[in-house]
Design a protein around this ligand. Structure first.
Ligand code: DON
Length: 304
């Protein structure tokens, strides 16, 4: 397979979708992103990285950070995590409040916002300054030592983050957050604000394609079984109430973010990162989904 040719073709073919959808508006600092931007990168386990489009441009990874934070927490806290968050698809939007009260403050899965707040709370207890720990992890795995937070985006989200604050306070009242709500929110917003480009993101995700072993350091970050578990949760919950559509069209574990990025994993082979800021109605990158659909359809590569 000629990966470079394939992704160049995809970058050309998704152009009609650019500008058809708007960037996230509920975080004002994201609303001004140019929706014409698009990038795709593929990092393979044999050490190559191919890219096309605006692949040098960094963007806010937002919820993609949840997959990496989950990996860190599974590494240091293990299966105890699953007494505080479930692993079932929610079928609801990522910021939904309704299910949480019915289910006594135990979030459906670690990728909806409520679940990611619980994961951040555990990370805070286990790692201390967990957003900085996550930044260091991403610097190491991507090889880019200057990856950093975007404090303007974190502050913008904090100022308008009433839904996340509501979720966090409700879970605190149920005893499912152990640290002060403000600390959990602030580390969560900082982690979401990290800026990376598609090549850095694809490289950072490679340990999930490599059965838990970092291709950079050779260190076994997660057990083979834990890497399988994260990929499984990405497939079933990583794109929220569109997880069925993504499984059907893309056929890979994916984690999306409202910055317009999506990370996809082909276990044993490669990781793929796409980015375009325009979002569909369920908060996933419109052109990103189109690109991933074309990648797996044309290459014949997926987990199925
Ligand atoms: O908490 C939020 O709403 C954002 N920081 C992250 C949401 C997100 O990226 C959902 N993904 N598609």
């Amino acid at each position: 397979m000629n990966i470079q040719q394939l992704i160049d073709d995809i970058a050309r073919d998704v152009r009609p979708y650019l500008g058809q959808a708007a960037p996230a508006a509920y975080i004002p600092a994201l609303a001004g992103e140019d929706p014409q931007q698009f990038a795709i990168a593929v990092a393979t386990l044999d050490g190559h990285c191919h890219a096309s489009g605006d692949s040098d441009t960094r963007f806010s990874i937002q919820s993609i950070s949840k997959a990496f934070m989950l990996a860190r927490v599974l590494e240091v806290y293990g299966d105890s995590l699953w007494s505080r968050v479930n692993k079932e698809p929610s079928g609801n939007p990522f910021n939904s409040l309704v299910q949480l009260e019915y289910e006594q403050g135990i979030p459906r899965n670690p990728f909806i916002n409520a679940g990611a707040l619980v994961v951040s709370d555990i990370a805070l207890s286990q790692l201390g300054d967990c957003s900085t720990a996550l930044r260091e992890f991403l610097r190491e795995e991507s090889g880019a030592a200057d990856i950093d937070f975007d404090q303007h985006i974190a502050d913008s989200e904090a100022e308008h983050g009433h839904r996340n604050a509501a979720l966090a306070h409700f879970m605190k009242s149920c005893g499912n957050l152990h640290n002060p709500v403000d600390s959990v929110l602030s580390h969560y917003f900082r982690a979401c604000s990290l800026r990376m480009n598609v090549m850095e993101l694809a490289r950072a995700g490679l340990f999930l394609a490599n059965h838990g072993r970092s291709p950079v350091s050779g260190e076994q970050r997660l057990t083979r079984s834990q890497a399988k578990q994260i990929n499984a949760i990405m497939l079933t919950c990583g794109t929220y109430d569109a997880a069925g559509e993504f499984a059907y069209r893309v056929g890979l574990p994916c984690k999306s973010g409202v910055g317009g990025g999506i990370l996809a994993i082909l276990p044993g082979r490669m990781s793929i990162a796409v980015w375009s800021p325009g979002l569909d109605a369920r908060g996933n990158s419109l052109a990103g989904l189109e690109a991933l659909d074309r990648f797996t359809t044309r290459s014949g590569q997926s987990v199925f």
